[in-house]
Design a protein around this ligand. Structure first.
Ligand code: MN3
Length: 247
């Protein structure tokens, strides 16, 4: 079963694919992403919802191209490899596979954890950014950030701190509880996960995340993760993040 949020994201990815196609048809200066070969298997690489250079100068086009077309594509290909020959698993969503990790055959559990997690994390990550992003959220999310962190600046400091402190490769996230009673406050928290682990089994839903693997920033920022984190705030699509909060 897909959750409502997963269903909405599916629609967003599909819409993004259409608009990326539409941009190509017009005279868009930068080529829209066109992954070379669709990987064999049930899992597909979602198209980047903007051109490779859309996030320049904050995140460079070459990093985006390699990150999406090589790294994300590899997670998808390796996830397909892992479930090949398991018809019962091939029909599940990546979220269902990750929720049921403990029930998977032991010989593919780690591959699904790493590559399924990589596929899900990156699929969530791309639409959290946009050309001319940045600024601050509005509306319900802005009020929740003030309520739970004190101010936007205090949130920014806490999120930056969490992203800075991820040891090695991983992610920092702004989250809401996975399930709350109707009418209960949906308290925002900041979490981090190592490697390609997700929050899917932690009863948390990530509404914003930053990839702090070196592959996300090394070409432009080298070892200076702090500069990449600061730049990331210039590309956040707060309307999209707010829509994640309001789901
Ligand atoms: Mn990555």
């Amino acid at each position: 079963m897909m959750t409502r949020r997963e269903a909405i994201q599916k629609t967003i990815f599909a819409t993004a694919a259409l608009s990326a196609g539409a941009m190509t048809a017009q005279s868009q200066p930068a080529p829209a992403p066109a992954p070379a070969a669709a990987p064999a298997g049930p899992f597909k690489l979602p198209p980047l919802p903007y051109a490779y250079d859309a996030l320049e100068p904050h995140i460079d086009a070459q990093t985006m191209q390699i990150h999406h077309d090589k790294h994300h594509a590899a997670y998808v290909a390796n996830l397909n490899k892992a479930v090949a020959g398991h018809p019962d698993l091939e029909s599940k969503s990546v979220a269902e596979l990750l929720r049921g990790l403990d029930n998977l055959p032991a010989d593919i559990r780690t591959a699904v954890r790493n590559n399924g997690g990589g596929h899900l994390n990156h699929s969530e990550f791309w639409p959290m950014m946009k050309k001319n992003g940045g600024g601050q959220p509005k509306g319900e999310l802005a009020a929740a950030i003030d309520r739970d962190f004190g101010s936007f600046d205090k949130f920014k400091t806490a999120f930056t701190d969490a992203a800075t402190k991820v040891f090695g490769s991983g992610w920092a996230w702004l989250c809401v509880p996975g399930q709350t009673r109707a009418g209960a406050p949906r308290t925002l928290t900041i979490e981090s996960t190592p490697n390609q682990d997700t929050l899917i089994t932690a009863s948390k839903v990530s509404i914003l995340g930053i990839d702090v693997w070196e592959h996300a920033y090394y070409l432009k920022y080298h070892n200076v993760r702090a500069d990449y984190i600061a730049a990331f705030f210039n590309v956040i699509d707060w309307d999209y993040v707010a829509s994640n909060y309001e789901v």
